[in-house]
Write a protein that binds this ligand. Structure first.
Ligand code: CA
Length: 505
């Protein structure tokens, strides 16, 4: 006995979450007896909550009781009205600037410096960009041959990655919002892991022309192959092999060097969250993020619908009015984007999120924001923009795992930390992904997929600083190439789903 059976986060909270499944009749804390079986991670009422009264977790209103809730009741997603989201007009900025951050145990790492500056590479990869999906079949055949015949000649190169995507033709290329997918593909072509080597495969008649993807100075036969200019399939493969051979030879000269943390840019996102995510995995990631920022690194977090309900908290951490105004503008843009689809942010939570005890998007958002730690936010980016500052950055991307990933890659992340409660084998081909789970059961189930287990925080067997420091060290080791995450080891990676809010024709 003496085990923690439920977790209350904030003094104001009138609910707690079950560490393990709680059978009806169990006294969870003094004076509170479970009226029903409470599933793991789900909420139990700590007092009577009258009809229309607020249900409070993380010190914020998750929603309002549809019917009266009795002390000891299980509170599920069907029992709450969603509150109105906080307004993005008249927000308060820069009123909560935290400067006391945890000291990182090290302040250097081993990375690949790039010829044009910017964040350093964490891996050494030949990235092959495409202007349109039509070239994918040919490119994939060529890449298989490159990996078999060329890559073994260049031991300092880690991989060859085709940047295949669904954009490029059959799209309204001049629509205002087409700037987002175009920016994403332009910035992906110049990912820090590609060492400044550009290789682009074009079909020849597509809407996304090479001059939209590359700078004028970079457009040359040394960097671009147009399939419609090749005399048949064999000639296409020969041209691709010849260009790759030259690029690989140059990449093979790259070497890691000891660099300050200011040359490191990493991303954070979560997927398949549960009610523990905001108690264990995300706060641990936030602690690691604070250490990285303290050491001079740049850390990006994203996922608009998962911060929307806590935007006032994010706004208070923006370093000035200008950064705050960009935050408000991005939130307005996304509100409008969702409205056009006749939904709102409540479309976000998944059946798995709900099964994992997350009643609604407010609860999910409060947990999601925890991964940003407590550092001041120095810059806000539109999707796929590159940061210009060091420190904590908010990039206003969709929350969808497979869309957020490419957006953050386009922003230049060299590594992504991914928090999960329900479990996903998610990965990225261009940069390693470290997975952190929120519960012991998840780690026990997926011993060989989860890199860091934050579950012991819920059972009182570990602390947020302990897991946060463990994660920080793993980030440095993986970024430096000394270790691989499970997703990298098994070469697990998802397709690059480029965010395209513009029409398809
Ligand atoms: Ca996500």
């Amino acid at each position: 006995m003496g085990k923690i059976s439920c977790i209350k986060i904030n003094e104001r909270d009138n609910v707690a979450i079950a560490v393990d499944a709680i059978p009806a009749g169990t006294t969870v804390i003094e004076g509170v007896v479970a009226n029903q079986d409470i599933p793991q991670a789900h909420k139990i009422a700590l007092c009577d909550i009258p009809q229309d009264a607020p249900v409070i977790r993380y010190g914020v209103v998750l929603g309002y009781a549809i019917d009266p809730i009795k002390k000891g009741d299980w509170i599920n997603e069907h029992m709450l009205h969603l509150p109105v989201p906080p307004s993005v007009d008249n927000m308060t900025f820069a009123s909560n600037i935290v400067t006391e951050l945890p000291e990182p145990p090290v302040t250097t790492w081993e990375g690949y410096r790039n010829p044009n500056g910017g964040p350093a590479g964490t891996r050494n990869i030949l990235g092959i960009s495409t202007t349109v999906q039509c070239v994918t079949g040919v490119l994939n055949v060529a890449v298989k041959k490159m990996k078999e015949e060329l890559l073994p000649k260049y031991p300092n190169v880690d991989d060859i990655v085709p940047i295949n995507h669904a954009y490029g033709c059959g799209v309204a290329i001049n629509a205002p919002e087409a700037k987002i997918p175009i920016r994403a593909l332009r910035n992906l072509a110049k990912h820090p892991n590609f060492g400044g080597e550009l290789m682009v495969v074009s079909l020849g008649c597509e809407k996304l022309t090479v001059d939209m993807l590359l700078d004028e100075a970079d457009i040359s036969p040394d960097n671009v192959i147009v399939l419609q200019e090749q005399q048949g399939f064999d000639a296409m493969i020969d041209a691709l092999m010849a260009m790759a051979d030259k690029k690989l030879a140059r990449l093979n000269e790259r070497r890691r060097e000891t660099l300050p943390l200011s040359d490191l840019l990493i991303g954070m996102q979560c997927g398949g969250s549960d009610a523990f995510s905001g108690v264990t995995a995300n706060p641990s990631a936030g602690y690691a993020a604070d250490m990285l920022v303290k050491g001079g690194a740049t850390v990006m977090f994203s996922e608009v619908t998962e911060v929307r309900d806590g935007v006032h908290i994010i706004g208070e951490r923006c370093i000035n009015e200008e950064v705050g105004r960009k935050l408000a503008d991005e939130m307005r843009w996304y509100d409008h984007y969702l409205e056009n689809g006749q939904v709102d942010r409540s479309a976000n939570p998944t059946p798995g999120n709900k099964k994992g005890g997350l009643a609604n998007i407010v609860e999910k958002a409060m947990g999601s924001i925890a991964k940003s730690g407590s550092s001041p936010i120095v810059e806000v980016l539109s999707p796929a923009e590159r940061p210009t500052k060091h420190g904590l950055i908010y990039a206003a991307t969709p929350a969808s795992d497979i869309v957020c990933g490419p957006c953050q890659l386009a922003s230049g992340i060299g590594l992504q930390v991914f928090m999960t409660g329900r479990g996903t084998p998610y990965g990225l081909a261009i940069a390693p992904v470290i997975k952190v789970c929120s519960r012991n059961d998840m780690k026990n189930m997926w011993q060989d997929l989860i890199d860091v287990n934050a579950g012991p925080i819920a059972t009182g067997d570990s602390t947020i600083p302990e897991v946060g420091t463990e994660l920080f060290s793993l980030i440095i080791d993986v970024a430096s190439g000394r270790k691989q995450s499970f997703a990298e080891k098994y070469k697990l990676h998802n397709d690059l789903c480029i965010f395209n809010p513009a029409p398809i024709t």
